[in-house]
Design a protein around this ligand. Structure first.
Ligand SMILES: *Cc1c(COP(=O)(O)O)cnc(C)c1O
Length: 355
């Protein structure tokens, strides 16, 4: 693919922030990758260009009917100063699944990967050197055609922006308190829960706010039909360790197929753990806790990697997990994955690529 590189002049580059006070998603780099799609030309005009505003028609279809999808992955700087990516092509493949579900055009994965590499080469000084910090990568696709008819658009924009982000656990790898909602649902069977599409996140905000107002960090989502089976936690997949069995809900269609989820399943199976992808109800979890068998609960996702859960609050009752302490498996998975992502340990299955 032809990619034009339009570099911002050195005198106009932004001042890079201190790697120790980054937060999440508030700072953006100097350049972005952009390409356009229309029915006649397909994807075209690929370029690395200045990070700047877009201009749209007020009737741009994304603003009305929500054809918008995205991905999230990270670039990590190792001690050897190399820049590492974790399973990047899996993110692009998942983006194609989201595109197909939302009737948007798919991407040529090798072309987009080339675009991502060109962008990262241009911006490599932005990958923080601080332990735990990384450069978050946000590929996005939106419908730009102007029109008010409800149908798939004929014009789209694909772009990748980059944001240096801080360590997720600056104060240590500590468990969080979770609110189990039976009032709101995240996704429904036959809906778009397995697509990384913008509307899913808009729909989740109210439940998250209500949970936060009551002092909880995140929401645990139950299935929409029975309000009983566990689906996800916040924007993460979820795992339970009951006795010796590791359980995670199956990819039924309303759950986002996380790459971290897939990675931890593979790692644990390689370690000889019994991992079941099966339905698990909130009642089963509370029962296991009352019998002293609920050994661990943790979320998985690119942002936090592993997020240990210390307690669950459901129907005015609290169940505590492992006395509110981080479990062994959560800690081992976190360390193992971080060691691969920062290039300290080799990764199996070709999971790590470097720039
Ligand atoms: C992105 C996301 C995940 C985690 O996916 P990873 O590929 O592991 O980052 C889980 N659930 C939801 C709803 C998500 O949007």
């Amino acid at each position: 693919m032809d990619i034009t590189i339009e570099k911002v002049p050195g005198t106009e580059l932004k001042t890079k922030p201190d790697g120790n006070s980054l937060g999440f998603g508030a700072i953006f780099t100097d350049h972005m990758f952009v390409m356009e799609y229309d029915k006649d030309q397909g994807w075209h005009h690929a370029r690395v260009t200045k990070y700047s505003n877009f201009s749209f028609d007020p009737a741009a279809m994304v603003l009305h009917y929500g054809q918008a999808i995205f991905e999230g992955l990270k670039a990590y700087r190792g001690h050897d100063n190399q820049i590492y990516l974790f399973r990047p092509k899996d993110n692009l493949e998942r983006m194609n699944l989201s595109a197909t579900r939302m009737c948007m055009p798919t991407l040529n994965i090798d072309d987009v990967y080339e675009g991502l590499q060109a962008l990262l080469k241009t911006e490599q000084d932005w990958v923080p050197a601080v332990e735990g910090a990384s450069l978050y990568i946000r590929p996005t696709m939106i419908a730009t055609e102007a029109g008010l008819g409800v149908r798939p658009a004929n014009r789209y924009l694909f772009y990748i922006i980059l944001s240096p982000v801080g360590a997720y656990y600056p104060e240590g790898f500590n468990p969080v308190k979770i609110f189990v909602t039976d009032k709101y649902v995240r996704a429904v069977p036959g809906g778009v829960g397995n697509a990384k599409t913008a509307g899913n996140y808009a729909a989740s905000i109210m439940a998250a706010l209500e949970a936060q107002k009551q002092g909880f960090t995140q929401v645990l989502w139950l299935d929409a039909v029975h309000r009983k089976y566990i689906e996800e936690v916040g924007t993460m997949n979820i795992f339970f360790v009951i006795g010796d069995e590791v359980i995670t809900p199956p990819l039924s269609g309303s759950i986002l197929p996380g790459i971290t989820r897939d990675s931890v399943i593979k790692l644990m199976r390689d370690w000889g753990c019994a991992v079941s992808e099966r339905p698990i109800s909130i009642d089963e979890v509370f029962e296991a806790s009352s019998k002293g068998m609920l050994n661990e609960v943790f979320g998985t996702g690119t942002a936090a990697v592993i997020s240990p859960v210390g307690s669950l609050f459901y129907k005015e009752q609290t169940c505590s997990v492992n006395n509110g302490k981080t479990g062994k498996l959560a800690r081992r998975l976190f360390e193992e994955l971080q060691n691969m992502q920062y290039g300290r340990n080799p990764a199996p299955y070709g999971w790590i690529s470097h720039l």
